[in-house]
Structure formats: structure tokens, C-alpha cells
Design a protein around this ligand. Structure first.
Ligand code: PLP
Length: 431
């Protein structure tokens, strides 16, 4: 595509023309000049069954040819079938209530509203605050930004955001203190990502963290919302990220992997104990116009079935372990790598200017972005991220269908991209 035409695409213009993708296939993003980019970021940690699957496309075409739009309040075969697939094979026992949305941010927004409605229905009218964490990302609606704390993504918007309380990320004692300070009777829920995604590059909490958080919440009738938008649907090698930590949430939020990236989908899942009081009090949760589109439900059911039939969650665990091992072998001593972490096929690398002193790159350099640009030049897409204490991170979330050769390619190209970004920085600072 002519670069000037492509430049019309970004809403906020940028100096460089956007990458133009012609088609997607397997683990590959194919550019308009025919060159291939290995999708090690799975887009934005989305694709799980791989790109361009004819079986998914066929289901989508049939669904669209049968029903286009039906108001979200009514049932269709595809809507009910997705709820059945989820309750039969994916959700924990008792999670019989599902509502679908167009992505993670909408689903988080709904979960926050559900938590408030639940308490309101039980007469706890003062409970409305949602406690989040200082390192977190819960989407870019104003409610998602308010309960999250991704400083780059909140920048400039602070006056418009509600300042929900935040607790220190890895410290359940700090959470207990925040709850006491705020008054537990004003708190509706705690929200957290089982493993931090865009804010912290796959930071995995230590043993005991999540069970301590659950205990504090239970002691004060505070609902536990797990934001599984990135970690859900097998990404970390189990159906849900929270399963690694032995806790029982009240509300699960998901998105991304639900549809494998083929259509815009997200969802919120909960139990009768949370939802029935809302119904009994005559309250409701407003949907969005495109919530639970029939096409989205049909495609998502197919993607989930493929994951089961092809044992892709198990594959995310085994290929993730391999990717991690190879990263550690090849990058464990790299001067610009502070840490390698994650679970399953959600792996992260934290980048640092000086490993010995622990000095990060100045934010103005946007080092992770530079590594991502170097990756694109070399045929690799990785997801640059970071906020607050994690200035520069790389996230990896490839399709679960990758093989051993693909893992080697990801590791080689990642190393080459970090080296290229570091040496280009060094040469700029000496000239
Ligand atoms: C944990 C988490 N929550 C919410 C969101 C927002 O999802 P979406 O971008 O689909 O609105 C994201 C997106 O990256 C996420 O990682």
C-alpha cells in the first residue's frame, strides 16, 4: 500500500507510516510487500488457535448468513451454545451466569457495575469503592483506567478519573491497611490480574499472595474480581490464571482469547450468589448495543472447541515452559535484561539500562518500543509494555500452535532486536 494512503489510518498522526498487513496465516502476519512477521505477541496477547483457520471462518460465515443483529436481551442458538460451552468446559463450578461484551474494557466496566449492584441489592448502600493495585491495567474506558493504574495510559486524564483506592502490588498486608483506612463498609470489590500483563510484563506474584488477598476480602465481604482478560482461556497453561494460586473469585472477567482474535468479544462470569440478589432487588445491568453479537458467540464457541479438541491449553503450558527455558539460556545474562518471568505462553522480559546498578532507561527513550521496532524490521512482533516501576517490558503471547522451531526463531530474533536497539542507542549517545 502506498505509504501516504497508509498514513491516513492512525487517528493521531505519527511520523512513521503504520505497518500494513495484507493477510494473516498460522503464526504469521504477512505484510503488503510479502515479508512475514512472526506473531510472537499474538497481536495484543490475543491469538491462541492461530490465524486464518478455515474452520473458524466457515462458522463465522454461517452465523452471519443466519442472524445479523438481535437485541442483546434475546436468546439465540449461538448465544446459549456459548454459555453451555463455557459452563461445561471452562468456568469453575457455580459460574452459571455469563454476559458477553465487545472486549476486555467493556467487561471490566460491567464487573465494576455488577459489584456495586450486588451490594446495593443487599442494602449495603455505602459500598461502591473498587480497590485496585499500584501496578495494574484494566482497560481504557474511564472506569477501567480509574480502577487500574497504568501511568502511561492514564497520563493527562487524571482529573476525569475517579481515584479508587490502590494497594501496593505484592503486599497483602498493604491491602489490609488500605481497606482499614478506607473503611471496609465502603468497599464493593478488589480487582486484580492474576499475573500482571501490560503494566508489568507478566509479573507472577509469590506463593501465598493471592490466598492472603482472598482472605482479607472474605473477612470484609469484599468481592474478589479477577481480571483474566489477558490470562484467561488457557494463556498461562491452565484455563484461568487464578487456578495457579488456589483461590475462588466472585467475578471473572475475560476477553482476548475467548474468540482467538477472530471477532471482538469479552465476557463477565459470576455465580448465583452474586447475581440473584441483583435480580431479586429488581436491578439490572445495562448492556451495550453490540453485546454478545451472534457472530461473536458462534466464532468463540468454535475457538473454544478447537482448543479442547487440539489440547491447546496443555500445549500453552509445554511450549511456554520451553520458551521460558530458552529465554533464560540465551538472555539470562544479557546486560539489558533485568528479569524473565511468566507462566505458560504469557512470558515477559523486563529491560533495564544497567543491570548492575538496577538503573532503568529514561522513559523518554521508550526503549521497549525501540526493541519492538527493531523486531518488526527483523520479522518479529513482540508486545512492548510497561508502567510505573516496570518502565520497559516485552510481552510474549504467541498462538498456542507454535512449535519448537518457532520458539528458536522467537528467542533468536528477540535477542537480535534487544541488541540492535541497545547498540543504536549507544551509537546515538556517542555522536
Ligand atoms: C488485564 C486487562 N484488562 C483489560 C484489558 C482491556 O481489554 P480491551 O483492550 O479488550 O478493552 C486488557 C487489555 O490489554 C488487559 O490486559
Amino acid at each position: 500500500m502506498d505509504a501516504n494512503r497508509a498514513r491516513r489510518f492512525p487517528f493521531v498522526p505519527s511520523q512513521s507510516a503504520p505497518v500494513v498487513i495484507d493477510r494473516t496465516e498460522g503464526i504469521w502476519l504477512i505484510r503488503d510487500d510479502g515479508t512475514r512477521i512472526l506473531d510472537a505477541g499474538g497481536g495484543a496477547i490475543v491469538t491462541n488457535v492461530g490465524h486464518g483457520r478455515a474452520d473458524v471462518v466457515a462458522v463465522g460465515a454461517e452465523a452471519l448468513g443466519t442472524i445479523d443483529y438481535v437485541v442483546p436481551l434475546w436468546a439465540t442458538e449461538n448465544r446459549v451454545a456459548l454459555i453451555e460451552e463455557l459452563t461445561d468446559h471452562w468456568l469453575p463450578p457455580g459460574f452459571d451466569h455469563a454476559q458477553f461484551f465487545c472486549g476486555g474494557s467493556e467487561s471490566v466496566d460491567a464487573a465494576v457495575r455488577l459489584a456495586r449492584m450486588h451490594h446495593l441489592a443487599l442494602g449495603r448502600t455505602d459500598r461502591w469503592k473498587i480497590v485496585g493495585r499500584d501496578v495494574s491495567y484494566h482497560g481504557s474506558t474511564l472506569s477501567g483506567l480509574s480502577v487500574g493504574n497504568h501511568d502511561r495510559r492514564r497520563a493527562g486524564l487524571n482529573p476525569m478519573l475517579h481515584d479508587h483506592p490502590k494497594s501496593e502490588w505484592l503486599d497483602p498486608d498493604a491491602l489490609a491497611k488500605v481497606i482499614e483506612q478506607e473503611d471496609p463498609n465502603t468497599i464493593a470489590a478488589f480487582i486484580g490480574e492474576p499475573i500482571n500483563g501490560a503494566s508489568g510484563a507478566a509479573m507472577v506474584p509469590p506463593d501465598g499472595y493471592w490466598t492472603a488477598v482472598e482472605e482479607v476480602c472474605r473477612a470484609h465481604d469484599i468481592l474478589l474480581i479477577v481480571d483474566e482478560v489477558m490470562t484467561g482461556f488457557g494463556r498461562t497453561g491452565t484455563n484461568w490464571g487464578f487456578e495457579h494460586f488456589g483461590i475462588s473469585p466472585d467475578i471473572i472477567v475475560g476477553g482476548k482469547g475467548l474468540s482467538g482474535g477472530y471477532v471482538a468479544m469479552g465476557g463477565m462470569y459470576s455465580t448465583a450468589a452474586i447475581v440473584e440478589p441483583v435480580a431479586a432487588a429488581g436491578l439490572d445491568l445495562m448492556y451495550f448495543t453490540f453485546s454478545g453479537a451472534d457472530l461473536g458467540c458462534a466464532v468463540s464457541t468454535k475457538v473454544l472447541q478447537i482448543m479442547r479438541e487440539e489440547k491447546l491449553v496443555e500445549r500453552a503450558a509445554s511450549m511456554g515452559a520451553l520458551l521460558r527455558r530458552r529465554f533464560e539460556e540465551e538472555l539470562g545474562d544479557h546486560p539489558n535484561v533485568a528479569d524473565i518471568r511468566g507462566l505458560g505462553l504469557m512470558q515477559g522480559i523486563e529491560l533495564i539500562a544497567d543491570r548492575d546498578t538496577g538503573t532503568p532507561f529514561p522513559r523518554s527513550i521508550e526503549f521497549a518500543q525501540q526493541v519492538a521496532s527493531a523486531g518488526i524490521e527483523r520479522g518479529l512482533w513482540l508486545y512492548p509494555c510497561g508502567s510505573g516501576p516496570v518502565e520497559d517490558g516485552l510481552l510474549f503471547g504467541p498462538p498456542f500452535t507454535i512449535d519448537e522451531g518457532d520458539v528458536e526463531m522467537i528467542v533468536d530474533l528477540t535477542k537480535a532486536s534487544i541488541d540492535a536497539a541497545a547498540s543504536s542507542l549507544a551509537s546515538r549517545s556517542t555522536t
